[in-house]
Design a protein around this ligand. Structure first.
Ligand SMILES: [Mn+2]
Length: 333
């Protein structure tokens, strides 16, 4: 049996969810079906335009983890925790319909309160399918820290002493499209320090660390913080991802950060909030709602909007509106 696993690409939680799903399916699902399964991994990215190509759903099973819902009948499993999980109300209806079966037959799972999709998947796999997830405690722990931005300090997040943080950097920025699919199986086979020593990862580290230093220097030059909101535009320096805590490392007093950047396939507005802010949670703007207005999405505390690569000017105009809105909100507190 061929199992195709579609996961949020360039994302630590997405990769961990894919790895955990494969192990879950191999240990708990395939044996019950009396089959041997093979697993293939396909990254999905948020982009302007269609997110899915239904012609990719050609596995005997097709699973989507840590990514938006698809109502394609070929999708047999789905796990997500994003606030903006449904592209349309029809998709949401379709999901609700899928829940109207006895609990034991349910294959689509959604919990917007889970810090990471990995910890959500581990919980469902353990409680509803009897999977022994104890050997995966380290992975689940770090998926929550990384996806929930629960780092002790901006220094801890930017200086990346922990293996999980270096792996996050590699997942977010290695350019070779085969890198994450090769890394995924290791995530539930070895501990994170061992994975960092694997040649697949170790060979990438020196160049990645150098690029990290360069992006830190660039954002330091470009970022300005006014009325609690950082803004920077680095579209003239194509970067395939940067450490999203750099703005708060440079401006710890900020509440929000808006970054405009450009990669090989999109121009992106990253709309984030400072995980270490002293602003009380009830006074924070919901960033998923703001991003949805422009066709983006995410979580309450961090979101993003993708534009076609050549639409820099639209992206810049939208970013300016969001910056003005967040600064005005901050000034009104
Ligand atoms: Mn996630």
């Amino acid at each position: 049996m061929q199992v195709r696993i579609f996961y949020h690409d360039k994302c630590f939680d997405g990769a961990c969810s894919a790895s955990l799903f494969a192990r879950f399916h191999r240990e708990c699902i395939a044996p019950k079906m009396g089959v041997r399964a093979e697993y293939a991994f396909h990254g999905l990215v948020h982009r302007a335009g269609a997110l899915f190509d239904d012609r990719d759903f050609i596995g005997d099973e097709n699973a989507i983890v840590d990514f938006k819902y698809s109502s394609s009948p070929a999708v047999t499993w789905w796990f997500d925790h994003h606030l903006s999980a449904f592209l349309s109300s029809q998709d949401h209806e379709h999901f609700l319909e899928s829940q109207k079966v006895p609990a034991a037959q349910r294959r689509k799972f959604y919990d917007a309160d889970s810090v990471s999709c990995t910890s959500f998947l581990a919980r469902v796999a353990a409680e509803q399918f009897g999977m022994d997830v104890r050997p995966l405690a380290e992975l689940v722990h770090w998926a929550d820290i990384v996806d929930g931005a629960l780092y002790a300090s901006p220094e801890a997040a930017v200086e990346m002493a922990e293996p999980a943080m270096k792996l996050t950097m590699a997942i977010e920025s290695v350019q070779d499209a085969g890198f994450v699919p090769r890394l995924i199986p290791l995530l539930t086979e070895k501990n994170l320090a061992e994975i960092l020593r694997e040649p697949l990862v170790a060979n990438e580290m020196p160049a990645l660390l150098e690029r990290h230093e360069q992006s830190l220097a660039l954002i330091r030059k470009r970022a300005s913080c006014e009325q609690g909101t950082i803004y920077f535009d680095i579209t003239d320096h194509p970067l395939e991802g940067y450490n999203k805590f750099i703005p708060y490392y440079l401006h710890p007093e900020a509440t929000y950060s808006i970054g405009l950047s450009r990669s090989s396939f999109r121009t992106k507005i990253a709309v984030g909030s400072n995980p270490w802010t002293k602003t009380p949670p009830e006074k924070m703007m919901n960033l998923a709602t703001i991003c949805e207005r422009y066709g983006g999405g995410g979580h309450a505390r961090v979101g993003a909007i993708s534009f076609p690569r050549e639409k820099d000017d639209w992206a810049r105009a939208a970013a300016a509106e969001i910056v003005a809105e967040l600064r005005a909100h901050h000034a009104s507190l």
